[in-house]
Design a protein around this ligand. Structure first.
Ligand code: JFZ
Length: 436
């Protein structure tokens, strides 16, 4: 049904089924690693430090001079991501501070001109690809270093008061058209130098007063260029093109709670989440999510048909810090035994309601329903209302040990399963139900 006049704006001519096909690997993958790394790892107090503390270029320069990631080993990062079950990784090739981890020919403010003397993006791409992990580039639309990027409400040099004249004075010699070209040229470099790139994560738009949006970035031309250079690439929704039907590919609910994720069911989405309260390495930040919370975010994402992009903020020496390693190790243990309930899974068919204390995921090809036991019954059985006569066989996912159906207790439409009294040694054990 097409209603004249209500037709959405379009940029290209890809059909809905072509889009589904293009995004298939990503939808199946469900779990990726976000990596926020840049000069802000040195002050180690949030990747927004330059804006938060209104630091001038001159005073930020010491981080450029000091940057020396002597322990950086992309292969090690890739192995850790792989062990945790992550199928793709997205690296900040440039964050808001404007420093590029790659050897751009359009700037001197880049890793090759620091003590690192290397193209860190190149090493990332090669190492992750070698582990069979898809590679994505985060690229900041915001740039607090480029001399033509106009001062806006987030810029380190912003006036203290929302005074138009002060903004105008600060921007007298700044020309966004020049910055737009720079941005376009750098994205072009990123998408032509490193082979096939699987994801572009552009960040971010904030239209409105002293903000920036599609016209500032040249989003339409940029996205066309992205699609031209990498026809299979998957692009996030932060280019301010949400009114285009085929503008961008997925929504990016950021740092939202598990309850909130239910609202995204039926959409195409990826929630990005930090281990702690910061994306960049933050030495003194101590509100780290528990291992159980991280697992909950992963399972809840899949239970609502979305992906989880879990962030690591490597240190200035180029390593994941210990708190991140411990969290990743714990995810590895769980994923090793239970990843079948994650990959290629989505929310359960309507007729299956999640029993109290459980969350459901579903693989529609194998017709397996996965019951994640967030609360483990101490009664020796679990009652699944409405599941009777729909289940062929039940077992634990981690060891394929049979879970017997208690036919005497199963009354009406309820299916009662006999569980071991002692909880299996996993934070969240999973029951696999083979559906008829
Ligand atoms: C942005 C960045 O500013 C931040 O440093 C980090 O890289 C994160 C992944 O993305 O922060 C945002 C961007 C968009 C929204 C919120 C935070 N948003 O649309 O709600």
């Amino acid at each position: 049904l097409t209603l004249p006049g209500l037709a959405q704006k379009r940029l290209g001519n890809e059909t809905a089924s072509q889009k589904t096909k293009r995004m298939e690997w990503w939808t199946d993958a469900r779990f990726g690693m976000f990596i926020h790394w840049g000069l802000y790892a040195l002050p180690a107090r949030h990747e927004w430090v330059k804006s938060n503390e209104r630091i001038t270029d001159e005073n930020y320069q010491k981080y450029f001079e000091q940057f020396n990631p002597d322990l950086f080993d992309a292969k090690k990062w890739a192995k850790e991501a792989k062990a945790a079950g992550m199928k793709y990784a997205v690296l900040t090739t440039k964050h808001h501070e404007g420093f590029t981890l790659f050897d751009s020919k359009y700037t001197n403010y880049k890793a090759t001109n620091t003590q690192a003397k290397r193209d860190l993006v190149k090493e990332f791409v090669e190492a992750f690809r070698a582990e069979g992990i898809k590679v994505g580039f985060y690229y900041s639309l915001i740039d607090w270093h480029h001399p033509d990027f106009t001062v806006d409400r987030y810029h380190p040099l912003r006036p203290n008061k929302d005074n138009d004249d002060e903004y105008a004075a600060l921007n007298k010699n700044r020309d966004m058209a020049k910055y737009r070209k720079y941005l376009y040229d750098q994205v072009t470099e990123l998408l032509t130098r490193y082979g096939k790139i699987d994801i572009l994560w552009a960040d971010f738009s904030y239209p409105g007063k002293h903000g920036k949006g599609r016209d500032d970035w040249g989003s339409v031309a940029l996205l066309k260029q992205i699609r031209k250079l990498q026809p299979q690439i998957i692009v996030d929704n932060r280019l301010d093109l949400n009114d285009y039907e085929d503008g961008t590919d997925f929504e990016t609910p950021e740092q939202v709670g598990t309850k909130e994720l239910e609202k995204y069911r039926g959409k195409v989405w990826e929630t990005c989440q930090t281990f702690s309260g910061s994306w960049g390495y933050h030495r003194d930040e101590n509100t780290w999510k528990s291992n159980r919370k991280l697992l909950d975010l992963l399972i809840t994402s899949v239970a609502n048909g979305g992906n989880l992009l879990l962030n690591v903020g490597p240190t200035a020496r180029g390593e994941f810090d210990n708190r991140a390693n411990i969290a990743l190790d714990s995810l590895s243990l769980w994923m090793h035994a239970n990843s079948k309930s994650i990959y290629h899974c989505t929310f359960a068919p309507e007729e299956f309601k999640a029993t109290e204390g459980t969350k459901l995921t579903y693989n529609k090809d194998t017709r397996k329903l996965y019951v994640h036991l967030f609360e483990y019954p101490n009664t020796g059985y679990i009652t699944l209302d409405g599941y009777k006569n729909q289940v062929k066989y039940a077992q634990f996912l981690h060891d394929n040990s049979e879970i017997q159906i208690d036919n005497e207790k199963s009354a009406g439409n309820s299916l009662v399963l006999k569980l071991p009294k002692k909880k299996p040694d996993f934070q969240i054990p999973v029951i696999e139900l083979a559906l008829k």
